[in-house]
Design a protein around this ligand. Sequence first.
Ligand code: V55
Ligand code: FE
Length: 488
Amino acid sequence: MSLRFPDTATFTGFNAPVRIEGEIRDLEVEGEIPSGLEGSFYRCGPDFRFPPRLGDDINHNGDGVVSAFRFEGGRVHFAMRFVRTEKYAAEDAAGRGLIGLYRNPFTDDPLLAGRDRTLANTNVVLHAGRLLAMKEDGLPYALDPVTLDTLGRCDFGGRLQSQTFTAHPKIDPETQEMIGFGYEADGLAGRQMALQVIGADGVLVREEMFEAPYVSFQHDFAVTERHIVFALMPATTSLERLKAGQTHWVFDPSLPVKVGIMPRDGSVTDLRWFSAPGRGLGHVLNAVSDGEEVRLDIFVSERCQFPFIPNADGAGFDRAASTPRLARWRFDLSANSDGFEEEVLFPDFMEMPRTDDRYQTRPYRYGWCAVIDPQRPIATAGTLGPGWNTLVRVDMAARRQDRWWVGENAACQEPQFVPRRPGAAEGDGWLLCMLTRLAPQGYGSELVILDAERIAEGPIARVRAPIRLRGAIHGNWAPRPAPEGKAA
Ligand code: V55
Ligand code: FE
């Protein structure tokens, strides 16, 4: 039996499957690792253990890989492991790919029937000492934070009723509780949603189910000090289309955007739904409650920004119409209207937002994002994402940006803010970001470290990976564990 990956964009060039697991001690460092930068930068993304059963595939359908850059006394070590999902184990036993289309089990090999097919390939979050690899179509998998060994599927003590859990939970910086949600919580193409609160000790303290206005691709949501915000965009699905062997999602902007807001100290029966014309929604930067107003800072596009989601009207992917822009939505809870105000804050093609996470869910000033600067070369060949060529810090108070262009033949991924020390002012710290190096210098990967308040000055250090690392999706920083071995 021959094993060959196809000669398609997902499997060639920079994206050729890497499939390496292991550790590298003492990565090369150009410049100086700032003293005080102590901890682990965990990242999660897709790779492919086996060639796709159906001849080609999309990145989002790859096997979850978690990697860690560990910063210890000026040295940087690296580790990377596949998440041993049930799907991974089934394919490993079969010796070939069994999964079919992204989130369509009707297209799987019968050997995968009835198995958990989630991929744990989107985000990795450390909460209550658990390192969780997450994908929104299933439950997280818990990993050993040191070895990255898979410990097993995480159902928060067997209490979880939802069949799904978001890859974008929010951690309240004061209470350390994790707020999450699930959609298609009652199974494939189901209308049920779930809201979960997991206490600082990792125990599920609350789960409530409710019915969504329609089945929607809800990749992200928002939490403020006092409210929870669900945002539905008109990428939808149905059991019929899945049984017919079609893609999970189809973008149908004849459906409205729906935004549900409820008080954190209330229940899902308090959800109030706001409406707007159908648009594409992306990640949430942050959200704030201010008296009777809720402000949601979110990326919005006219069409869906994901090229793998077809348009219901048959139109091809239109990059200009799919440009995500940072917008502020204002919801007036004291008014009777189900409408809301929108202000586009920056005109740029921007996404992959992060904040100083000590300010997540709270009033905040700074964000760090990836943009495409059209004045600069755009290296799209083989990268995950559209070819981010510039990092920005957005100052939401002054409505201005600082920028750093990543250089020729390179693309950046989602940035990560790390505070300089406990108690440092908002935004005082470092910005970590993986760069994808493309031909002609040869494929490679490096982690750059910038002063988060002065990104225009460029990196103060570059950590070189001696191997090509396939693009990851999301990641998170975990400070060095306290001596007892518990997360600091
Ligand atoms: C995203 C990624 C996913 C997914 C849904 O980047 C949305 C957004 C890697 O998997 O399943
Ligand atoms: Fe995401």
